[in-house]
Each structure stands twice: as C-alpha cells, then as structure tokens.
Design a protein around this ligand. Structure first.
Ligand code: MG
Length: 395
C-alpha cells in the first residue's frame, strides 16, 4: 500500500464579513487529496482534508516542500508497523524533514492539511467515520455522545444593525443552537455593549453568550471591556489581546473572575506549553481553542492535549476553533468539550452536513466514512474537481 499522488487546490471563502481585525473576503483554504493505490468500486481510496478556516491556503509550501518530501519516501516507509494503515506520525515526520524548530506559522497549516488527509484516508480504508479511527489511535473507546456545539458568528457586516444581529441569532436558534458567540472590538465600546446585551436578552442569559475580540485589545482596552462586560457573566471572553501576549492574559485573568478563552492562533505544542506556563489560565475555568488544522494536524494535537492535561487542565476545557466537520470528528474522537459551528458562513467549509442533526445545542458526526466532507453539499463540487484528477486513469 502506498501513496500514488497528492494534490492541492486553493478554495476562496465566500462572503464579505469582518471581525475586529480581519475581513475574510480574501481568505482561501487548501483542500488536499491524498490518493492511495487501493482501488474500491473502481475508484482509488483517497483522503480529503483542509487546513481549517481563517488563514490562507498554502499551495506554495505544499508543492515546493511538503508534498515532494512525502512522495520521495520509499514504498512502505509511511505505513504503520502492521502495514494496514498509513502512519500519520510518519507522514508528519517525513513532511517536517530539514525544518528547524520554532517559527510555527503558515507551514503548520500546510502540514496539517496533508496530515489530516491521512486520517480521512485511514478511516476510509477501515470504512468507518474518522472519529472512530481517531479514538482508537488515542486509546479511547470509539463511541460518541452528542457533542455540545455553539453557533459562532455575530460578525460586523456593511450596514450592520441590531436587527440584523437578532435575525442571525434567530436563524441559528431555528437550526437547534442554544449557545452563541458574537464579535466585539470592531465598534466603539458603547455600541458593542448594545450588541452583547441584545444577544444576552435573545439567548436568555449571559451563560449562553460568549464574545470574541480576535486579539484586538491592548491591556487597557481589555480591562475596560472586561469591567464593562463583567455584570453579564458571559460564557467566556475570547482572545481579548494578542495571542502571544501572555502577560496581558495573565493580568486580565487576575482582574476578571469569569472564564477567558484563547489558543486558536497558537500553532504548535511548544507554543501551547508557553501559554499554559505564562498566561495565567485557570484549570477548571478557562477555555483553550487550539485547532489541529492550523497546528500540524492530529499527531501534534495529541501532544498538545497531553500537555494541557499535564498542566492540570481537563480535555473538556478544549473547544477547538474552526467550526467545520473535521473538528467535529476530532472533538468526538478525543472526548473534548465541544466546538464552534459556522452555520451559513465561511462556505464551502463552515458548518456541517445536514445529517449531523444539531438539536438542543448538540451535534453528532454521521456514519459516512472519513470526515464525511463529501456529504456537505457546499463542498461537493470542489471535492469532485479534485477527485476527478486524483483518480485519473482509474476505470
Ligand atoms: Mg476566535
């Protein structure tokens, strides 16, 4: 069994929305197909994955460094010892040959797209949903309980209004959500407070609403917002300062008694360890949001989860960023605390297949093999484009 071909296509995100710092209309995502030599029903079994949402596609890094390194490996060198599955850790190691430590930027997302496609491929070889493959690899029972999910959104739109925000929350509630996250920091404090208050009233209390500043604030602004939001006892305040400003987070956690959240812009286990050492995060209270699709994939993510637990955090305090099917499977397979969902935004990648049945704030992966990306209507066309090339020559 070996890898025959690896292809990447860069897919633009749809929509014209913004958070406090970023407009997403120029963002792209790398969709990767890893084709095996295993033929079933006349088709090559092919792993499909992407590098999460909110950054950029990495066609250059993949084509110049990571794909050639994988394709240069000897037959059998990337298999598990029993030869029945591809080894994600061996793929990770081969991709990272001659890469120096540190500087975990865009390459972490490029490697992640490739590594996650191996998990999709292995699950398809076993003809099972990826969460089962992931659970077994992590030494966990491959069972799944309904997963707590929340609707992430509340972005700033051109010509925005409280009425538009309420309409968005109402549509999410109609889909089965009970918890919501909205953006702050993209408008003056007084206006943001009106937005948050409207969301709290809509949701039936601050425990159903979290807010996300996307790293915009300096310490003074973070403290000002925290003081203003404190009476609402929100579910959490997310990325109040720069993701690498651990001193800011430590100072904020000394002043603010309720939950804080961060971690989605840390792309490696060593970065997370520094966060745990220096940012004053509180086991049993604060939320971590590292995203495997931005941080080298699941091989490294398993080490990140272990580092969290070694620092006294429960894995249920990990609610990965991303809002897509791959992370739903990762949360299910690893027993994490839940995840965000982007119903209706960040297409074609955001949100789940209809069969995932969000109800009373919970979702479940379907029984589709792998991550089930092929079940998502918005993704069908782009995957079909990639697959038809990946399967060229197969009758
Ligand atoms: Mg966020």
């Amino acid at each position: 069994m070996h890898i025959v071909d690896i292809r990447e296509t860069s897919v633009p995100l749809q929509g014209d929305i913004a958070n406090a710092l970023v407009n997403f209309s120029e963002h792209t995502v790398s969709l990767v197909a890893v084709e095996s030599d295993v033929i079933r029903n006349g088709r090559a079994v092919t792993g499909i994955a992407f590098n999460s949402i909110g950054r950029f596609a990495q066609p250059g890094l993949l084509r110049e460094r990571f794909i050639p390194r994988i394709m240069a490996c000897k037959p059998g060198a990337l298999l598990e010892d029993d030869g029945r599955a591809f080894s994600a850790s061996k793929v990770h190691r081969a991709a990272m040959a001659n890469e120096k430590p540190g500087g975990h930027g865009d390459r972490a997302a490029a490697v992640a797209a490739l590594e996650l496609a191996i998990w999709d491929l292995n699950a398809k070889l076993e003809d099972e949903p990826a969460y089962r493959t992931i659970a077994r690899a992590a030494g966990r029972l491959p069972q799944v309980q309904p997963i707590p999910v929340y609707a992430a959104g509340g972005y700033y739109y051109p010509g925005d209004s409280l009425g538009r925000l309420r309409g968005e929350l109402s549509r999410a509630r109609d889909l089965g959500f009970v918890d919501y996250k909205i953006k702050i920091g993209g408008a003056p404090l007084a206006q943001d407070l009106q937005r948050v208050e409207a969301a709290v009233v809509f949701a039936g209390g601050g425990r159903h609403v979290s807010v996300d500043a996307n790293g915009r604030f300096d310490l003074a602004a973070a403290l000002q917002y925290a003081d203003a939001l404190r009476p609402m006892q929100l579910r959490w305040l997310e990325e109040m300062g720069d993701p690498l400003d651990y001193a800011l987070h430590a100072e904020l956690s000394r002043h603010y008694p309720h939950a804080l959240a961060t971690g989605e812009n840390l792309f490696s286990t060593p970065d997370t360890v520094n966060l745990l050492r220096f940012a004053g995060l509180r086991p049993g209270l604060d939320i971590l949001q590292m995203d495997a699709g931005l941080s080298y994939g699941l091989t490294e993510y398993l080490q990140t989860v272990a580092a969290m637990e070694a620092h006294g955090f429960d894995r249920r305090q990990l609610l990965p960023h991303g809002g897509h099917l791959i992370n739903l499977h990762i949360v299910a397979g690893l027993g994490l605390g839940g995840c965000e969902v982007y119903p209706g935004v960040f297409q074609p990648f955001g949100g789940y297949a209809a069969g995932c049945m969000v109800s009373q704030g919970h979702a479940l992966p379907t029984a589709a093999p792998g991550f089930g990306l092929e079940e998502k209507p918005e993704l069908k066309e782009v995957i079909a484009g990639l697959l038809s090339r990946a399967q060229r020559g197969v009758s």
